[in-house]
Design a protein around this ligand. Structure first.
Ligand SMILES: Nc1ncnc2c1ncn2[C@@H]1O[C@H](COP(=O)(O)OP(=O)(O)OP(=O)(O)O)[C@@H](O)[C@H]1O
Ligand SMILES: [Mg+2]
Length: 498
């Protein structure tokens, strides 16, 4: 259709084909968890303090309803909200507003379903509208359905006196190709349990704020916050804050070292590490208006290593910096602006460097500071070797009992033990899951042998009997079995009349 003609230029209406464009909006790269978070963003921006998710994964037509008690919308606001690109991304947003592009409601929903219904109530007036992608495809027009008879709509019963309910039906993406009903439910339940963790993490600051009493529930179960900095834990270490001031706001940086796994319960440790584990959970956690947008990555500024896996840095940015940080529609990626990159690199080097040093020096002390270690750490021409210590009193006292012709064989066995240390296998295990590698339990008789030989060696080195217990208590093998070892030490000293 020609719109007008001015001198040599003709203007024609080149509006996009509705069916093609709307289908394209399904593929912004959302997953179930990021899509749900985007819908909840809208509830928070609308001032809601209660968000209820009602998920039906059992029926033949599964559905998801997300109900909030926010400020709701008038009918004309609802029509605008349903429009793709309902707000200009370059416009300023109120502080604490989580939206930017005027797309999230539609693109997040379409990523999961072909039918998006919104029922909303404001000033006692209820309005309802629906995008059905099958209808758009059929008519190839931007045909938004306005539903007058909303009382029979699924999710209507969740509508508060004021608030909004977003309903997803025709969940084609979520159930995918699976055609066995039991398997479908199983798959969807697994996806929702991943999504639950994501929501607990993404909105943890809202969920834990004591004054706001913000709540999210899934099928009537309240979600508890999941703070990736473990700031609730007494053993979490926090460095002093850093601030970077830029022309359009300031960036706050807080560095945390979460506690070592031995200082936490197994449940706390597993929950903090999540399905990917602690190695992958270290790094930067970027919050935009208190909502977590990036969880655990060094964004190219450092490597994720075993030595730094307890390091997590929280970065807070306001929504006035969206353009510089290249915030995407899903609010799940961002790029560091150059000045922030430079400063952050230095902060990370300092922070990560110090945690590496603590780790290394602890490793060194454990091995070198122990008198009579069972393994020696030896450095030769820049290479590090771990060798069994053939001078150890237990080895020595046994060797002394052997006839001369067997001594050499025994020493060879010890040397082979060192040469055969499975470094590659150990390394692979340590990188993936260091805390699951533990030394074998030592039997009482083996421990007793260590106690006897070490005590004798200490006495020979003129350590007085009253100090022997203190010295042995610092010996790692005995320390980790101290209750039993203490008894064995006492028995042996008594036996010797000391
Ligand atoms: N639950 C809700 N309660 C009240 N208003 C809402 C709700 N959900 C959406 N809206 C309105 O609809 C508009 C469009 O929402 P949509 O998520 O598509 O875009 P946005 O939030 O503005 O930006 P973004 O694309 O970054 O999410 C919102 O700006 C808001 O005015
Ligand atoms: Mg939004």
């Amino acid at each position: 259709m020609m719109l007008s003609k001015q001198s040599d230029t003709r203007y024609i209406d080149a509006a996009p084909y509705a069916s093609a464009l709307i289908e394209g909006h399904r593929d912004f790269g959302y997953s179930l968890k990021t899509a749900l978070a985007d819908i909840i963003d809208n509830s928070i921006s609308a001032g809601a303090d209660r968000v209820r998710l009602v998920v039906d994964t059992i029926s033949n037509s599964p559905s998801v309803a997300i109900a909030d008690n926010g400020r709701g919308m008038s009918e004309s606001e609802l029509f605008e909200a349903m429009r793709l690109g309902s707000k200009n991304p370059t416009f300023d947003r109120l502080p604490s507003e989580l939206g930017r592009f005027g797309l999230g409601l539609k693109s997040a929903s379409f990523s999961q379903c072909r039918s998006l219904t919104v029922i909303t109530r404001q000033d006692g007036i209820t309005s309802c509208a629906r995008w059905d992608l099958d209808l758009v495809a059929e008519t190839n027009a931007w045909t938004l359905e306005l539903i007058e008879d909303y009382e029979g709509e699924l999710g209507y019963d969740l509508l508060d006196e004021i608030g909004t309910v977003v309903i997803w039906k025709k969940l084609d993406r979520l159930v995918g190709e699976i055609d066995t009903p039991g398997k479908k439910t199983e798959y969807m339940n697994a996806e929702f349990s991943l999504a639950e963790r994501h929501l607990r993490l993404t909105f943890h600051r809202f969920l834990e704020a004591p004054k706001s009493q913000f709540q999210i529930s899934i099928n009537n179960r309240q979600l508890t916050p999941l703070d990736p900095m473990a700031s609730f834990h007494p053993s979490t270490q926090k460095d002093p804050d850093d601030n970077i001031r830029l022309s359009n706001g300031h960036v706050r940086i807080r560095s945390y070292t979460i506690p070592h796994y031995k200082k936490m319960s197994q449940h706390e440790w597993d929950e903090l590490g999540g399905p990917e584990g602690h190695l992958k959970s270290q790094g930067l956690y970027i919050y935009r208006e208190n909502r977590l947008i990036i969880a655990g990555s060094w964004l190219g500024l450092a490597k994720q290593t075993e030595l730094t896996k307890l390091s997590r840095i929280a970065i807070d940015i306001p929504n006035t910096m969206d353009a510089q940080w290249k915030i995407d529609v899903k609010k799940s990626s961002a790029q560091l602006p150059q000045p922030v990159r430079e400063r952050l690199k230095r902060i990370i080097e300092r922070f990560v460097g110090s945690s590496k040093r603590t780790y290394r020096s602890r490793g060194k002390r454990l091995v070198e500071g122990t008198m009579h270690p069972i393994w020696n750490r030896v450095q030769v021409e820049g290479r590090i070797h771990f060798k069994p210590n053939s001078e150890h009193p237990v080895f020595q006292s046994y060797s002394n009992c052997l006839p001369h012709e067997l001594k050499e064989g025994f020493e060879r066995c010890i040397r082979l033990l060192g040469a055969g240390l499975p470094i590659d296998a150990l390394h692979a295990e340590l990188v993936g899951n260091a805390e699951s590698i533990v030394a074998m339990q030592t039997s009482e008789s083996d421990l007793n042998q260590v106690v006897v030989d070490l005590t004798d060696a200490l006495l020979v080195s003129n350590v007085t009997p009253d100090r022997i217990k203190d010295v042995l208590q610092n010996y790692p093998l005995l320390q980790s079995n101290w209750e039993l070892s203490e008894r064995l030490v006492a028995n042996y000293l008594k036996e010797k009349g000391l």
